[in-house]
Write a protein that binds this ligand. Structure first.
Ligand code: AP5
Length: 217
């Protein structure tokens, strides 16, 4: 099963994608994580993406599409994929559909998480990420068992540069302009399910699972 998780920055896509991937036995493919890994490894791709990410702008479509399609060609994606942060523009969604169609596959479901802007700002400023496996935590809402340390792999937690309030506000504006139209795109395909993204992490996982099991809106 191929699932697209849609939602504004800080909606909880990464938090929920990890859980859904475990539940479905699927691969978790997050375009932002791929960029941050490339940046940490000092690759040309990471250097290309860094300026855009620091400014809260989208990385150009051709760079993102090539990177994600390469990742989707890896064998672990044959079991199913939870896509987190991709696609983010109409061009990316169309490129994904074309690449999957060429393999006789398709996006099976798009889950859109709705979270108001005030809640997003609170979530982003308290977010901490694992340097090793990129798992997201929140100092108050979703703290690790041991402060500063990842529950999954023991890696050190850090705060992302693009989680400053000013950059978050810009990322929200970019989302409204460029990514929100994908809700209509997937609704038109009959595979959209909208889910309230406010509430506890477990509660939202349960809503997403119900939405996946229930079918399109
Ligand atoms: P990316 O890494 O994809 O960032 P994003 O989409 O902006 O999403 P976030 O990772 O910020 O948030 P999330 O929804 O995953 O929330 P999370 O679970 O962490 O992209 C970064 C940059 O890379 C982009 O700006 C762009 O430059 C580039 N990029 C990436 N993909 C691209 C693409 N396709 N095209 C072009 N450019 C691209 O949760 C947030 C916080 O809230 C955490 O602290 C978490 O613990 C907490 N939290 C989660 N759930 C709850 C809850 N229910 N209640 C309270 N707190 C919660």
């Amino acid at each position: 099963m191929i699932v697209v998780l849609l939602g504004p920055p800080g909606a909880g896509k990464g938090t929920q994608a990890v859980r859904l991937a475990e539940r479905q036995g699927a691969a978790h493919v997050a375009s932002g994580d791929l960029f941050r890994e490339a940046l940490a490894a000092g690759t040309a791709l990471g250097r290309q993406a860094q300026g855009y990410m620091d400014r809260g702008e989208l990385v150009p479509d051709d760079i993102v599409v090539e990177m994600v399609l390469e990742r989707l060609a890896q064998p672990d994606c044959d079991r199913g994929v939870i896509l987190d942060g991709f696609p983010r523009t109409a061009a990316q969604a169309e490129a994904l559909d074309a690449a999957l169609a060429a393999q006789g596959r398709r996006v099976d479901a798009a889950l859109a998480m709705d979270v108001p802007a005030e809640a997003i700002l609170e979530r982003m400023t308290g977010r901490r990420i694992c340097r090793e496996c990129q798992a997201p935590y929140h100092v108050r809402f979703n703290p690790p068992a041991r402060a500063g340390q990842c529950d999954r792999c023991g890696g050190a937690l850090y705060q992302r540069d693009d989680d400053r309030e000013e950059t978050v506000r810009h990322r929200l504006a970019v989302y409204q302009a460029q990514t929100l139209p994908l809700v209509a795109y997937y609704r038109q395909q009959g595979i959209l399910r909208q889910v309230d993204g406010l509430g506890g992490v477990d509660e939202i996982t349960a809503r997403l699972v119900r939405a996946l099991d229930a079918g399109a809106d």
